[in-house]
Design a binder for this molecule. Structure first.
Ligand code: AMP
Ligand code: MG
Length: 404
């Protein structure tokens, strides 16, 4: 499985960069490091509502000191009174520290009486002051290349005044499901028919990964239909197919890609997902477009997308492609792994007295989608391990980590 993953990733390289306005950049991925041109905050300012003063005025021994108040400074103030010896000025959170002052005492630590403020205890220089550049200095890198932009990252970019960002173009991912039995949700099922869940699962997974899904009409199970579907493939950065890639009498996906392009490998020693195909098609510009022929069983489709498709899209986006580091969990159920294949079990993760635990989210047949829909992640058991007994530890990949 590791070798298969490496060979899949070798077929991908980052797509071009484009500019994106900040408000539309949620979920995009930075195409280079993001730097700030300014300091944040740009000027020293007050961290509290209180009085700006000279710290040295407050350090005499005794029961505090009285200072003369000479005005007030709201946030956004453009002209500032200078604070002299024995003076203080009312200052609001975020307002610039006035000349002469070097500390702020919060209202809560003072008693006010007309033009006089009584400061109860000594204040140290810099107290309750946010110096210029506390968060960012000019030239600082605020985000590395390959960062997925979420709420916090976008707020950080806005705080340094960036209106547009250089991000990777969204990779275009063609999705071709195959099968004579497939019907779209909303239609009535005829005899022998099932709903095309893979189209919906894959489209959403591609969108979640930062790609643009290009949905094609499902192909029927004949070599001609598949050949036609491939001929009509739009310009894509990646092609995903589902089904028709096993050893059934009507499984033509491998043969059709073998004649239209090149086959990289077929079948991986893993479960679910054994009949996986890696192929590639030549583009007019000479580049090769990777093709992942995913197995048709719905859970196999989704798990092989996680193990091969999502890392490949990450590579197309210039992100570190590796599946995130697994966590260690205590296994609640017995995991049976006979058959000598690396296995991904669908599990619910929980906190048990401070320790992460994993229990099966339901039946593990790869045709079953509901246990996948209930799962928080996958538990990975290597080919050599035949059973994991309750109480033993197991490596888990939480889905939440996968979508970063
Ligand atoms: P196949 O590899 O084409 O033989 O498909 C394996 C199993 O997955 C069969 O039970 C198919 O009916 C089912 N299957 C294939 N494609 C889809 C799909 N797009 N949505 C839901 N189930 C599918
Ligand atoms: Mg089929």
């Amino acid at each position: 499985m590791d070798e298969a993953q490496a060979r899949v990733l070798a077929l991908g390289s980052p797509v071009e960069a484009e500019d994106c306005v900040l408000r539309e950049a949620l979920g995009r991925v930075t195409a280079g490091p993001v730097h700030s041109r300014i300091a944040v905050p740009p000027f020293a300012n007050s961290a509290m509502d209180g009085f700006a003063l000279r710290a040295a005025d407050t350090t005499a021994p005794g029961p505090g000191v009285s200072l003369r108040t000479i005005g007030y400074i709201p946030a956004g103030a453009q002209s500032l009174p200078a604070v002299g010896a024995g003076e203080a000025v009312r200052i609001m959170t975020g307002a610039p520290l006035p000349p002469g002052a070097d500390a702020v005492v919060p209202f809560e630590e003072t008693d006010s009486d007309g033009d006089t403020v009584h400061v109860r205890a000594g204040i140290t220089v810099g107290s309750c002051v946010r110096p210029a550049g506390l968060d960012v200095n000019p030239g600082d890198q605020i985000l590395p290349e390959g960062t997925r932009l979420g709420a916090a990252q976008l707020a950080a970019c806005a705080s340094v005044g960036l209106a547009t960002l250089s991000v990777r173009r969204r990779p275009a991912v063609a999705i071709l499901t195959t099968g004579d039995e497939l019907v779209d949700p909303g239609a009535a099922l005829g005899p022998g028919q099932i709903y095309n869940s893979n189209a919906y699962g894959l489209e959403a997974a591609v969108q979640e990964s930062g790609g643009t899904p290009l949905r094609l009409s499902p192909a029927r199970d004949s070599p001609e239909a598949l050949r036609d579907a491939i001929k009509g493939l739009p310009d894509a950065d990646l092609i995903l197919t589902s089904g028709g890639v096993s050893v059934g009498d009507f499984d033509y996906v491998k043969a059709v890609f073998a004649s239209a392009g090149e086959v990289g490998f077929w079948r991986v020693r893993m479960r679910p997902g054994k009949p996986l195909l890696l192929a590639s098609l030549a583009r007019p510009d000479g580049q090769r477009v990777p093709v992942l022929g995913l197995p048709g069983n719905p859970t196999s489709t989704m798990v092989t997308f996680e193990v091969f498709g999502r890392p490949l899209i990450r590579r197309l986006l210039g992100q570190q492609p590796e599946v995130p580091k697994p966590l260690t969990a205590r296994c609640v159920d017995r995991l049976d792994n006979r058959g000598g294949r690396e296995t991904f079990f669908r599990v619910v993760l929980d906190d048990e007295e401070g320790l992460l635990s994993a229990r099966l989210s339901g039946g593990q047949d790869s045709s079953m989608l509901v246990p996948l829909a209930r799962a928080d992640g996958l538990a990975r058991v290597s080919a050599e391990v035949e059973t994991v007994a309750p109480g033993e530890t197991v490596l888990v990949y939480p889905f939440s980590r996968w979508s970063r």
